[in-house]
Write a protein that binds this ligand. Structure first.
Ligand code: TYD
Length: 140
């Protein structure tokens, strides 16, 4: 997936005169069962979060309020930036991609759905180590 095709997700808005409603169901709207939910808010626009890759966990990120940007790198020299600014769109991040979240608006609430429970040991927080592991995996 060098061009990061398939990362962008559009969810149906089930709105009516009372307002909008978006549903995200595991194995239906996103390609995994949701084991963990967390959300990030109150990050200043100068902050860069993430800065890691995950050996096992897949994520879906949705800015349910406000805006942020996510830079994704595959460790093979390809990267792209997604702008998350609608509560009915998101991005799917498979395992083993490097991600930086930044440019948070003051009202940003970034909802993160994860395929695994939290395990600090499966986080790769050193970019050079990540690149090395990706290269090793390509040799197999
Ligand atoms: P961190 O991974 O640095 O957040 P982000 O990638 O969103 O910038 O996590 C911040 C802190 O929260 C860190 O001490 C680990 C803890 N944490 C958990 O305990 N469980 C979780 O599911 C997550 C995402 C983080």
């Amino acid at each position: 997936m060098e061009n990061f095709e398939g990362y962008k997700l559009d969810f149906e808005q089930k709105g009516d005169t009372r307002g909008h409603l978006v549903v995200v169901e595991g194995m239906k709207d996103i390609p995994f069962d949701i084991k963990r939910i967390f959300y990030i808010y109150g990050s200043s626009p100068t902050v860069i979060r993430g800065q890691h890759a995950n050996r096992k966990t897949e994520f879906v990120l949705i800015n349910v309020s406000g805006q942020s940007k996510v830079r994704v790198k595959d460790g093979k020299g390809n990267e792209t930036v997604f702008v998350l600014n609608r509560p009915h769109t998101g991005i799917y991040l498979p395992k083993m991609v490097w991600k930086d979240m930044y440019d948070f608006s003051v009202d940003s609430v970034l909802l993160c759905l994860a395929s695994e429970h939290y395990d600090a040991a499966e986080y790769i927080r050193d970019y050079q180590e990540f690149v090395k592991i990706v290269a090793q995996q390509q040799e197999i």
